[in-house]
Design a protein around this ligand. Structure first.
Ligand code: PGA
Length: 232
């Protein structure tokens, strides 16, 4: 399974060093992708972790103050990058066209995009989940060749579930992932949103999940260890 660890804007230098020491002791057969804050991207990871990033610029290298390009990420050996996380859509006002541009830059640099999609509470209440997800996927992947589409990982993260402790029922997750795989049959689909070392006992029963995107849990090596032991 693919387990992506999204640190968001957490950990100073010392905390990150300690984190890596603890993480290096974890033995697992799962594919663990660590997406740290950009300031830590140069730090060499233990061999059980693969380097990812949380975002990429829609521009190439050049006069774009504060941006980090896909070429720069590639030069630091970044293999995966999260795009379109709902926090960026909200805080940085990222729209689907911008997310599309970012995906193109990643693919051009052989970095695997992890495209985050998901509905708000209101969209769910008005039965618009499939409509929203379809729009997010088709706009973000507009014009991609089949070969390029095969490289995309989707992270289904209901916005109302992120950091709230609320998780959809297993049958809802299964139904939504089936729908995503109907639109994009080649995609690996991760579930993200309040996954922890306790509720994984229940969520792991969903048969069509290919992995998880972890936020809060990703910061706690001890709990990650418990989480992983339940997947093995
Ligand atoms: P959470 O975050 O696990 O803390 O809910 C998931 C995410 O935002 O990717």
């Amino acid at each position: 399974m693919i387990i992506a660890l999204n640190h968001k804007s957490n950990f100073d230098k010392e905390e990150y060093d300690n984190y890596l020491k603890e993480m290096s002791l974890i033995k697992t057969s799962q594919e663990l992708i660590l997406c740290p804050s950009y300031v830590h991207i140069e730090k060499i990871l233990p061999s059980n972790l693969i380097l990812g990033a949380q975002n990429v610029s829609a521009f190439d290298c050049g006069a774009h103050t504060g941006e980090i390009s896909a070429t720069q990420l590639k030069s630091y050996n970044v293999k995966y990058t999260i795009v379109g996380h709902s926090e960026r859509r909200k805080d940085q006002k990222e729209n689907l066209e911008l997310i599309h541009q970012k995906i193109l830059k990643l693919l051009n640099n052989n970095i695997t995009p992890i495209l985050c999609i998901g509905e708000t509470k209101e969209e769910r209440a008005t039965n618009r989940v499939e409509e929203i997800l379809q729009k997010e996927i088709t706009t973000a992947l507009n014009g991609l060749t089949n070969y390029e589409k095969e490289k995309i990982i989707i992270a289904y993260e209901p916005i109302w579930s992120i950091g709230t402790g609320l998780v959809p029922t297993n049958s809802d997750i299964k139904k939504t992932i089936n729908y995503i795989k109907k639109i994009l049959p080649t995609a690996k689909v991760l579930y993200g949103g309040s996954v922890n070392e306790e509720n994984i006992d229940i969520i792991k029963k969903v048969s069509n999940i290919d992995g998880y995107l972890l936020g809060g849990l990703s910061l706690k090596p001890e709990k990650i260890k418990i989480f992983l032991s339940k997947l093995n």
